[in-house]
Design a protein around this ligand. Structure first.
Ligand code: ADP
Ligand code: MG
Length: 464
């Protein structure tokens, strides 16, 4: 019928505009490498901020003592404490708690947000048991994982460049984020010092290195997306400080803000971007990360409902609500293996109030999910190849004996969206070739950033 012909045309158009053939992915990877060079050359030299982390030494395993970490960067924040026992005993004990952030605090006042966080932290500290030992007369120390773009001024200070991922609190922008947290900690009457400020990518890199010496890159694929890696200090022209003894510096790429004319951008992406809290920014993130994949799917379904009556003569009103279709739901529908796509039917009904869908309609939902998720996964793989190129780890022929390259990966999207993570791994192989990809390993560092931040708090302790 006419409806299905119209639907097929809309789907075909999405397929074409969102396509990521290998040639395009190579262009994206090359553009990533070029932008990395530009961002390292000068401040503001690229959409890629290539932020200097002030981390010039990654954990060795020798760290000892009690340390706290606080992870703020998405819908939840986590507080964590670890008792570190050095090379032999490693992590003697760790405990954590997760608290979800009330949405109104994400767009309210700075003090309100930090008071909420500091109060949860104070409660957590109060529950510290006897397995944790703080030497007499010492202050508790904290590694603060803050996963938004920050212009770092030292290992324990830095100003917020902008909010992302649905946060928008104007008064915090340009402020020292450690000072904001420290004031809130003092308002709680808690005696604690922030000794390291890190991004989740840096935390993940540090946590990954603690367990595996070959970790040189960290990638986050969760609500947002970002990457960090170990760069030669000599290769950072914009760094005018002393060269670190290690000769290395960890760089927080802020790759979510990458953009390139080679990116496959559709009308849905353009509309999503222009209606977002941060139009024109985080374009790579908006194609890839968990905050947006479900929303892209919703927009495609809405167009099909409007133009091809995919769900019947009326457009389901709920389908018009931005962000109603979250990525975990999209993932559940995409992984539906039942012959009649029962999960898809149930989700459409429960979430969007759409009942009595035909199998053909459900198949469209799965097909669209496939296009959107795989584009994201393949672009993320291309980004990783861009980094590997920059550090000369992309080809087996170059070095003769190729060092093992480990990418520490964290984030709920990669962890739970199996089709996404498998596609990413396959694409990495496809791009690197058999030989080179044999020495590249992606290691899931489940919540490694918390441990990483506490390790960096330890190696930057005031008592060393
Ligand atoms: P954050 O990125 O907020 O620090 P996580 O790393 O836990 O937190 O990632 C959470 C994000 O991962 C969610 O916002 C969601 O987009 C994605 N996610 C979580 N569970 C799933 C799932 N089952 N399938 C697909 N995506 C998921
Ligand atoms: Mg996170």
């Amino acid at each position: 019928s006419g409806r299905w012909a119209r639907a097929a045309a809309v789907i075909r158009e999405l397929e074409e505009k969102a396509a990521t053939p290998i040639g395009k992915l190579r262009q994206v990877a090359d553009a990533m490498t070029v932008e990395m060079h530009a961002g390292l050359a000068s401040e503001g030299g690229s959409k890629l901020k290539m932020l200097i982390s002030y981390v010039d030494n990654l954990p060795t395993g020798d760290e000892t003592g009690l340390f706290y970490a606080l992870d703020l960067g998405g819908t939840n924040f986590r507080v964590l404490r670890v008792q570190l026992g050095g090379k032999e005993k490693r992590v003697v004990k760790q405990e954590y708690e997760e608290v979800s952030i009330p949405p109104h605090l994400m767009v309210g006042g700075s003090d309100e947000l930090f008071d909420f966080i500091a109060s949860a932290l104070a409660k957590f500290v109060a529950s510290e048991g006897e397995d944790f030992h703080l030497p007499v007369g010492r202050q508790r120390e904290l590694g603060f994982t803050f996963s938004f773009p920050v212009r770092q001024t030292s290992i324990a200070s830095g100003t917020l460049i902008k909010w992302t991922k649905g946060f928008n609190i104007e008064s915090t922008v340009g402020e020292d984020i450690v000072a904001e947290l420290t004031r809130a900690i003092e308002r709680q009457g808690l005696d604690m010092r922030v000794s390291a400020l890190v991004n989740d990518t840096i935390g993940t890199l540090a946590g990954g290195r603690y367990y595996d010496n070959d970790v040189v890159v960290a990638v986050i694929l969760g609500t947002g997306t970002n990457a960090a890696y170990v760069e030669r200090a000599q290769a950072i022209p914009k760094w005018h400080g002393l060269l670190p003894k290690s000769g290395e510096m960890v760089i927080n790429m802020e790759w979510g803000n990458f953009r390139s004319s080679h990116l496959p951008i559709t009308d849905y992406d353009q509309a999503l971007d222009s209606e977002s809290l941060n139009p024109g920014e985080q374009i790579f993130e908006k194609l890839i990360s968990g905050m947006y994949l479900g929303e892209i799917l919703r927009r495609a379904l809405l167009r099909l409902a409007n133009e091809a009556a995919l769900f019947g003569d009326t457009v389901p009103p709920k389908l018009e609500t931005p962000f109603i279709l979250r990525t975990p739901v999209m993932s559940a529908m995409h992984h539906d293996n039942s012959p009649d796509l029962r999960v898809v039917a149930t989700k459409l009904k429960e979430l969007l109030g759409i009942s009595n869908t035909s199998l053909k309609t459900r198949k469209v939902v799965v097909h669209l999910s496939d296009i959107i998720a795989k584009r994201g996964a393949r672009l993320a793989a291309a980004g990783i190849v861009g980094i590997l190129k920059k550090i000369g780890r992309d080809s087996a022929a170059k070095a003769g004996e190729v060092p093992r390259t480990v990418i520490a990966m964290d984030g709920g999207l990669y962890e739970h969206y199996t089709i996404f993570s498998e596609c990413l791994q396959e694409t990495l192989k496809e791009m690197l070739g058999e030989e080179a990809s044999a020495s590249v390993v992606i290691k899931l560092a489940n919540d490694g950033s918390g441990i990483g931040a506490s390790l960096l708090a330890a190696s930057h302790s005031q008592y060393l």
